[in-house]
Design a protein around this ligand. Sequence first.
Ligand code: NDP
Length: 335
Amino acid sequence: MQSRFFTIQNHPQGLPDQNLFNLETAALPELGDGEVRVRNTWLSVDPYMRGRMDGVTTYIEPFTLGSPLEGAAVGEVIASRDSRFAEGDRVRHMGGWRDVAQLVADQVEALPAIDVPEQAYLGVLGMPGMTAWTGLNTIAGMQAGDNVLVSAASGAVGSLVVQLAKAKGVKGGKVVGIAGSQAKLDWLESLGVTAVSYRNKDAQQLSKDLKVACPDGFDVYYENVGGDCLEAALNNLRVGARIAVCGMIARYNDDCPVAGPGNLAMILIRRARMQGFIVFDHWDQYPSFLNEVGPLVARGEIDYRETVEDGLEKTPEAFLKLFEGANQGKMLVRL
Ligand code: NDP
């Protein structure tokens, strides 16, 4: 049996284009003891993959040039030589960016039994959802009544953060989301979130707009973007604010270091705490996340959205679109 998969041959400089990606075909080796073969049905593309293309070890190993790229995927077991999996099982694993994956069974997990579409386990009930829940609760320690600011608020992570914050903010705290298009702002407003655009604004203007949106300032800033969003957020912190640094997508395509915000002293002035986190360090909490958020999703109480590209060939395009803001909610590829 053959597998089609994507590789890169070079480390990109700056924002990559589609020429970076090669679609290759290779015959799979015979299935070994303890291995499973999975026909992928959905692939995840995620901003963190950009960092893995740089050839530098961070909190995760870089992609190997010329080898199949990796990423989260769900699919159906089509052959198994491991007693834990049988043909027809629906599973999740990291053998994405390809149509058929052959994996050691230890690297494959059965999908949880919550009654949701299987691709939800790549988004709202997968790594991005777990990231939203962890950052808001464990890292930022959000409390009822807190005013919460979220950047990239209509994305996979951000759109769950704002909804969890709304649900928890029962004592009248305000939730403000930053996003980049009118459709995204409209969606956020429909969720009861005060939406602020960052497009065509410098940090000073964004600061002023955030002040209008929430004159009392923010107790929590959920950071997905960095750059001007961070600078504007720092100007609008309340005393004792907590910043959960989840991501800084505005910086992922920089090819040299860029000076940080000039107003970092606001952390001192507002006696704020700023903490980065990587969701995989908290993965032992995934069952608790599923227990809490899974039923909300199954009952339709979370408005989660997906932006879907069809066909393996579209995977690089889907990935690159993350940096244009072309997605609402989770960006996925359907095979
Ligand atoms: P999203 O679904 O939010 O997609 C990315 C969004 O980022 C785009 O839709 C766009 O929205 C916004 N964006 C892209 N480029 C820029 C830019 N230059 N300036 C401002 N906004 C930009 O992605 P995810 O939800 O998967 O990830 C969100 C963040 O969380 C990322 O930074 C990611 O790296 C991080 N993350 C961190 C994890 C961790 O363990 N710490 C785990 C998972 C994700 P818009 O149109 O609004 O600009």
